[in-house]
Design a protein around this ligand. Structure first.
Ligand code: SF4
Length: 475
């Protein structure tokens, strides 16, 4: 049986597609192995959002050929779509498969006339990408408790920094019945939480039906406990979504809404479709409408023309709004985008420093958000062991909770009381089932001899203590 390793770079949509590719490889008789293990076949599912993502592809190929020199290498995804000619220069690549043919990749490779490394790569690429509604055969194969559900692809917005419309084409939605079919099969495989993914999922349409209609249909699937929306553009959030989220038993109180910049001139230069005031108004409404909402955002630093005052505006709004976290991206010019031609580039060292400031702020915001949960009893979907050997899981509003003691296995929904928080983790005390006496917040006399988990507990106690007189962390 041939082995296949798939390395995924980039977004959640790529992860969803990788899961479908792996499922198809299994149907064809391949044995999936983790990336980094010796393999007969390497598939790199690439991203082109940043230069770094492209370099990651080169690294993955070189690294694999060191331990598996005879492995057939296939590169697909957004970099294969936009960087086909650069990829031809990468030694050891046998197939370059653009996005139009990405989902046929397992069959293309399996039925290829000869299983041998090639002197020159075989290229399957079309600059034109489908525009019609689509079906996506198969069921994604996931090792994780949460599964992604691809519902949409492509984007008609042309933000000045973004190559995705070139890489993935015009916006198109998945046939609703086909999305529901995969969702049912994922639930039948045991997944209790689905994350809806696409490039611009707020633009999901089937006739008169929009994203909210799709969510309402998904909610009817028995055994599906949670539906989570991945990133959604601020101008595309369907009417009524917030109100629905506030009362729905399944739709998670979590929204990731990219802001990118807190400065109007920069937003305009980026060709974003809103002004800062519009975004702030929406956030105020969302916070009022959905108690406990976890609001995340993307911030892009170092866009051309971002001087200190413009960055100060971003920093100010990032502090002021009730974000629970941000993802910070450092601008790098992508050939083929409008922004690549703009003057007034920001020096890399300045970009690094701005990203560092925002990342530090994001950590503080996350801690402050977690602190608001101390004393609350919440439901956690147990997912995995974290690096401290503790079972962890997520609340519907995206708080990562560590549960000590004899916790139920992964994929269980449990009730816990949040007893403390530490950087990036809340601590939960199990409320039901066989439960050991609480070991949280014990006083440890000898810090050095405590385990990693005990140290976490101790640190959480410190955080809790400091939060008593200061309800929210100083962000
Ligand atoms: S909305 Fe803008 S940033 Fe998002 S995929 Fe479309 S063009 Fe890119």
């Amino acid at each position: 049986m041939k082995t296949v390793a798939v390395h995924t770079i980039g977004c959640r949509l790529n992860q969803a597609e990788t899961a479908l590719l792996v499922n198809r490889f299994e149907e064809l008789g391949y044995h999936p192995v983790p990336f980094g293990h010796p393999t007969d076949l390497l598939v790199v599912n690439t991203c082109t959002v940043t230069e770094e993502a492209e370099q990651d592809c080169w690294r993955a190929v070189r690294q694999t050929l060191r331990h598996s020199p005879h492995a057939i290498v296939a590169v697909t995804g957004c970099y294969a779509q936009t960087g086909r000619d650069r990829l031809r220069q990468l030694p050891g690549v046998d197939f370059i498969i653009g996005n139009q043919y990405k989902m046929q990749l397992p069959d293309v490779l399996h039925w290829a006339p000869r299983w041998k490394k090639r002197l020159k790569p075989t290229v399957l690429h079309s600059p034109r990408l489908d525009r019609a509604q689509f079906m996506q055969p198969g069921v994604g194969r996931y090792q994780t408790t949460r599964a992604n559900l691809k519902i949409q692809d492509g984007c008609n917005f042309r933000c000045a920094f973004c190559l995705i419309p070139t890489a993935r084409g015009r916006e198109r939605s998945r046939v609703m019945d086909d999305a529901l079919r995969e969702a049912e099969q994922l639930v039948a495989r045991g997944h209790r939480e689905l994350v809806l993914t696409g490039v611009n999922i707020g633009r999901y349409r089937e006739g008169d039906l929009d994203l909210l209609a799709l969510i309402q249909r998904l909610e009817r699937i028995a055994g599906l406990e949670r539906i989570r929306i991945s990133s959604i553009e601020p101008t595309t959030i369907p009417d009524g979504l917030l109100e629905y989220m506030a009362s729905s038993p399944k739709l998670c109180r979590h929204l990731h809404v990219p802001l990118q910049s807190g400065d109007n001139a920069i937003l305009q230069a980026m060709r974003r479709r809103y002004m800062v005031r519009d975004y702030v108004t929406w956030v105020e409404r969302a916070a009022q409408c959905v108690p406990g909402l976890c609001l995340g955002t993307d911030l892009l630093v170092g866009f051309p023309g971002e001087e200190d005052p413009q960055f100060a505006n971003t920093l100010a709004i990032a502090k002021e709004l009730p974000f629970a976290y941000f993802h910070v991206f450092r601008y790098s010019p992508r050939p083929g985008t409008a922004a690549a031609r703009l003057p007034r580039r920001v020096p890399p060292a300045v970009i690094r420093e701005r990203a560092r400031l925002l990342n530090a702020l994001s950590r503080a915001k996350r801690l402050a958000f977690y602190q608001t949960h101390i004393g609350q009893t919440v439901r956690v979907l147990v997912e995995a062991n974290d690096k401290h050997g503790v079972m962890t899981g997520l609340t519907d509003n995206y708080v990562k909770v560590g549960i000590p003691g004899d916790t139920p296995g992964s994929n269980q929904l449990v009730t816990v009381t949040i007893t403390g928080v530490t950087d990036g983790l809340a601590l939960g005390q199990l409320q039901v089932g066989a439960q050991r006496p609480s070991r949280t917040l014990r006083i440890f006399m000898d810090y050095d001899q405590t385990s990693a988990w005990q140290r976490l507990q101790l640190e959480s106690e410190m955080v809790m203590t400091s939060s008593i007189g200061n309800k929210r962390a100083d962000v």
